[in-house]
Design a protein around this ligand. Structure first.
Ligand code: HEC
Ligand code: HEC
Length: 306
């Protein structure tokens, strides 16, 4: 267990405080632990209230002392077994993280046979199994919907998985790779290369490619700029490349919307994880989900368009 103490001093401080408090309680109990005679029992503390109310000076009752000893014994055992004394982790090596991991592993082991049943089936077969798809839908809602939407139609910056246009590929293998390994498309910024006028011209050309309204003169001027700077990733005619996750610019499906402004923004600022604050990446799930779950999710995503 990692301790929260950054210096050894505070750990020792807490231990000293706890042990001294414990010793003080033991001392108090021992001091009170005496038999008293009948006469002594009649003695009062000499405090008198309202003229005739006095207080006997009797020791603590036996049942109360036994309970207190029991409590002290319990806390001693507790502090030896569990973490509590400064950064001492306890002989039981218990930690909340450890307990959590143990419970997760148990749950994983319990549900594994459920997923194993489908691991031997092909993605196509699993996609036709309604029980499997019920499980997969829950997995999708828990792990994917926050980015791709509960209907898998995505949002600005998060691909629509029902569009049928795949930036990284729509085969079972490509989808499985997207989920397990994650994807980070790098669209480099072109502000410096193109300048303001160049950015306008290339934007017009991209709009022309996908049949959006555009300024024909600007688009014509944008063509050579596109050929020079963009085809290496987006392909000869702008149809995209699944090898680098570059979207098809000729269809009407957009990761970042088809507005003039969004297209220009993609070109000028780029769409790159480091440059846009770390939001535009598909996280790898191979360490988060078991292979059995990834297989089900692959079938689910594949089944959305097949
Ligand atoms: C943190 C947000 C986030 C989560 C969670 C997330 N995704 Fe993604 N996903 C993205 C982004 C962003 C992309 C686009 C990456 C790129 O092209 O640079 C993407 C891309 C994909 C692709 C590739 C799409 C294509 O056009 O080729 C698939 C498939 C996919 N995600 C499936 C899933 C599944 C299934 C899950 C749940 C296990 C999931 N994603 C969870 C953000 C997320
Ligand atoms: C290094 C490869 C690369 C180069 C070069 C490149 N792009 Fe991209 N482009 C990408 C990738 C990858 C994406 C997807 C980014 C994402 O989804 O996060 C993208 C996204 C885009 C988008 C947004 C598409 C959408 O669906 O919203 C536009 C528009 C675009 N690029 C235009 C261009 C233009 C114009 C050029 C040349 C000036 C260019 N790109 C050069 C890789 C590239």
């Amino acid at each position: 267990m990692m301790s929260d103490f950054t210096s050894g001093f505070w750990s020792i401080y807490i231990i000293a405080f706890t042990v001294l408090g414990f010793a003080f309680c033991v001392f108090l109990l021992l001091a009170m632990n005496r038999k008293i005679s009948k006469e002594e029992q009649q003695e009062t503390t000499k405090h008198v209230w309202d003229g005739d109310l006095a207080e006997y000076n009797n020791p603590l009752p036996g049942w109360w002392r036994i309970m207190f000893w029991g409590l002290l014994a319990f806390s001693a055992i507790y502090l030896i077994y569990y973490p509590g004394l400064g950064s001492f982790e306890g002989v039981g090596k218990w930690s909340s993280v450890g307990q959590f991991e143990e419970e997760m592993a148990q749950l994983e082991a319990q549900t594994k046979p459920l997923y194993d049943r489908y691991s031997v089936m092909s993605v196509q077969q699993v996609a036709q199994d309604s029980v499997a798809m019920g499980m997969a839908e829950r997995l999708f809602l828990n792990n994917c919907a926050q980015c791709h939407g509960s209907d898998a139609r995505g949002a600005i910056g998060f691909p629509n998985l029902r569009s049928g246009a795949w930036n990284w590929g729509g085969t079972p293998e490509a989808i499985q790779e997207s989920i397990a390994g994650g994807r980070t498309g790098v669209m480099t910024p072109f502000a410096e290369v193109l300048g303001d006028a160049g950015a306008d011209q290339v934007t017009a050309f991209v709009r022309a490619l996908s049949g959006l309204d555009h300024d024909a003169g600007a688009a014509a001027a944008g063509r050579p700029l596109f050929e020079e700077n963009c085809v290496s990733c987006h392909g000869e005619n702008g149809a995209g490349s699944q090898a680098v996750g570059a979207p098809d610019l000729t269809d009407d499906i957009w990761v970042y919307s088809s507005s003039d402004r969004a297209i220009r923004e993609s070109i000028v600022y780029g769409r790159n994880m480091e440059m846009t604050g770390g939001t535009q990446a598909m996280p790898a799930h191979k360490d988060l989900l078991s292979p059995g779950k990834i297989h089900l999710l692959t079938a689910y995503v594949w089944g959305l368009t097949n």
